[in-house]
Design a protein around this ligand. Sequence first.
Ligand code: GAL
Length: 502
Amino acid sequence: MAMKFAYWLLVIAGAAAGVYVDEPLLYDTFPPDFIWAAATSAHQIEGGWDADGKGLNIWDVYTTNSSVVLDGSTGQTACNSYYFYQKDVNALQSLGVSHYRFSISWARVLPNGIGEVNQPGVDYYKRLIAALKAANIEPMVTLYHWDLPQALEDMGGWLNPSIADWFEEYARLCYTEFGNDVKIWITINEPWVVAYQGYGSGINAPGKYGPGTYTYQSGHNLILAHARAYRLYESEFKPTQQGKAGITLNINWYDPKDNQTSSQEAAERAMQFLGGWFANPIFGDGGYPAVMRQKVDEKSAAQGYNPSRLPVFTAEEKLLVQGSSDFFGLNYYTGSLTIEKIQDISIVDYGADQDIEASYDPAWYGSGSGWLKITPFGMRNTLKWIRDRFNNPDIIVTENGFSDNAGNLDDLMRVYYYKHNINNVLKAIKTDGVKVIGYAAWSLMDNYEWGSGYTQKFGIFSVDFATADLNRTVKASGRYYAQLIRDNGFTVDQPCNNYPIY
Ligand code: GAL
């Protein structure tokens, strides 16, 4: 009792000082039929980079320059899931998940992105889906997780408005071949990363540099391509296949650093530039967020850009885009603190357009990735932010996870991360009325972490990269997650949940 009282004093003192401490866990269960999943993506796990007629994708080509990846590595073998997919299915089965979120490699099924189909590539996904079904696991399939066929990049990639046609053709193939077995489709994973890191800052494939121009142009094409793939599903496949299609956005939480109005506005502005950029056209009023429109239009004019660097949707495009998602896919990882910082007007950059400065509280636990701090309160706040701005949509948390560099099996920090983040999802559902219908842990296993190569490990299974067998071994976090799934929530008697202080 005394301890409990002391704890609450700490919470109150902490809140007053702007310090973040653990809140007591909510012991309760998730709704029945809640989707429990683990996630991966094609390029990060499959290997088989040139197997059986697969075409090259932009990551295959980009990483031939080893200096763009921290450890100089490639995804040529990765977890070799193209051959070892049964090991993945076994791992998933031992977790007890209801769904597996994976992605299709566009260049594996359409080596040139459009045109001729590569049958062995199609057959691979049929084998994987059949193995999942045999294990009683439903596929949740992403069409585009960053691995554009190089042949399409050679024609301008996401900067070419024709990509909406190309993406629709690819989507049609996938719905036709796999749609009888796939009831949840995700069109595009994290268009923000594609637009800003692929075509803006250029730190991801294809490594194009246009931080204040290409960023918005590719972002616009990503939204239109998504909408075309969604409408195709809605009109031609959904009536018989009866599934859902949606998009996944990465939204991390921006907290105001202090009580100043300017900081609160800066935090909201940052949320709009990150999440609203894609969510407002699709889930909101059909256009870009007002604050984004205003900032980029004003700066464009001052910089001599006419028209604005931020494109405008035509009335017809608005109709296509607005409402083009059956659920809101959310990838949430971390949070930061925000103040206003007016940037030099000569800087033509999506980052500078926001007039903010973000930082981390040094008290937050870190991870194996510089950008990833443990801020579970941000999960709940982000879910409420989506609820309030986009009319309380169904949400699937399509990614949430933690990295380390050691890759140890006794990964207690990852257990802590999952426990508190998932508990905040539960609070959002039970206390705040947010309609979260599913959750996927990133990632099923350690894999190719893009520009960080194999140095940052997100798996709840480890992969033995030292041997050709690439065996998967469960970590403590995988055991914890499996128990949570069995309980469909939080029980006091699960040893990892049961702190004396609570
Ligand atoms: C996400 C991405 C994943 C994975 C994860 C961890 O942004 O969708 O592919 O890399 O981050 O960094």
